[in-house]
Design a protein around this ligand. Structure first.
Ligand code: PHE
Length: 333
């Protein structure tokens, strides 16, 4: 076979190749050490004229390059085709997964605290409930004795929506919702023992102490003869479990329109007293708003900020770390 025939034959063959192993076979057959092209190179010295030997060398080199390029081109086509084939293969959900690199991850510190707090209070008979993040003015404020023109509104920097609703500023929006819900259900009369651990939102100037999104935990307990003694017990019980048996707790008078009396609950942490919770006995008007007769029943409400508590306990200096999803922060817990 002369050089032109070999080139012709190679091109036809390469176009039909269907796999990389066939491609390799063809490469060896044409361009390998004992391949067809080299066999022709071997004949060059037999040409009598110097000039012809030179021309033949150049010509064969060109053919060699052309065949190489044809092989490479077919290789690229085959890879594209196989990617297309792969797309057609149905996704196999039973296939073993790809091993994770960098460890299994960890549970977010707020989620860890959430589990601890919900465990603690469900042992005391509290049931977990939830209330909307997007709330009406009534449930977040009005029914809690915070009327529209009341100066106490300034206690909560509120994010309002265009339709008049708002992003709830505290978990206290669950209070009247839960009272009403229980009353409409036949079996729903007090005692009410509910709790929620969830997000709240405020219009804050952001800094290490303030995040527009934060967390509150809140309990509501309504029954005959619920008193400040119950509040005292629950505060002590919880804070000792959290900060350790030696922790002291104290109540300070504090104003919230929906409780009377109202208190701030402090705990003695490693760096002195820290304010943990707001609490008090549910205001009679709030009970009434929830359809409960304040002459028969009384209630307590108690809420704290899990972010602040974790910051105090773990020495975290920026509240926003809880909400930024930065792995360097999260991996530490
Ligand atoms: N909702 C109050 C706050 O956001 C806290 C609180 C809860 C106070 C329950 C009294 C009773 O600050």
């Amino acid at each position: 076979m002369n050089a032109a025939d070999i080139k012709e034959k190679a091109f036809v063959e390469i176009k039909k190749i269907e796999s990389t192993s066939q491609l390799e076979e063809a490469r060896i057959r044409y361009l390998g050490r004992d391949g067809l092209v080299n066999q022709l190179f071997a004949e060059i010295p037999e040409l009598p004229r110097e000039e012809d030997r030179k021309k033949a060398g150049i010509y064969l080199n060109e053919i060699k390059l052309e065949i190489e390029e044809a092989l490479a081109q077919r290789d690229r086509q085959l890879k594209k085709l196989s990617a297309k084939e792969l797309e057609k293969v149905p996704f196999d959900i039973t296939a073993p997964g790809i091993p994770m690199t960098g460890g299994l991850g960890s549970i977010h510190p707020l989620t860890q605290l959430r589990q601890f707090v919900l465990d603690t209070f469900s042992n005391l008979g509290f049931e977990e409930v939830s209330a909307p993040h997007i709330e009406t003015d009534d449930y977040n404020f009005g029914l809690l004795n915070v009327l529209a023109d009341h100066p106490a509104r300034d206690l909560w920097d509120t994010l309002y929506l265009e339709d008049g609703r708002l992003l709830r500023t505290h978990t206290s929006n669950m209070q009247v919702r839960e009272m009403k819900k229980r009353l409409s259900a036949q079996a729903g009369k007090p005692p009410i023992r509910v709790m929620t651990f969830d997000r709240c939102f405020r219009y804050e100037n952001l800094d290490p102490q303030h995040s527009h999104t934060f967390t509150q935990f809140e309990i509501l307990y309504v029954d005959h003869h619920v008193s400040m003694a119950n509040l005292r017990f629950l505060s002590d019980y919880f804070l000792k479990r959290f900060f350790g048996e030696k922790t002291k707790t104290r109540f300070r008078p504090k104003y919230y329109p929906f409780v009377e009396p109202g208190v701030g609950v402090d705990a003695l942490g490693p760096n002195g007293w820290i304010e943990i919770a707001g609490a008090g006995l549910v205001h009679p008007q709030v009970l009434r708003n929830g359809g409960i007769d304040p002459n028969q029943y009384s209630g307590l409400a108690w809420g704290f900020g899990p972010d602040r508590m974790l910051m105090a306990k773990l020495g975290i200096d920026d509240i926003r770390s809880f909400y930024e999803g930065d792995l360097r922060f999260l991996k530490q817990f």
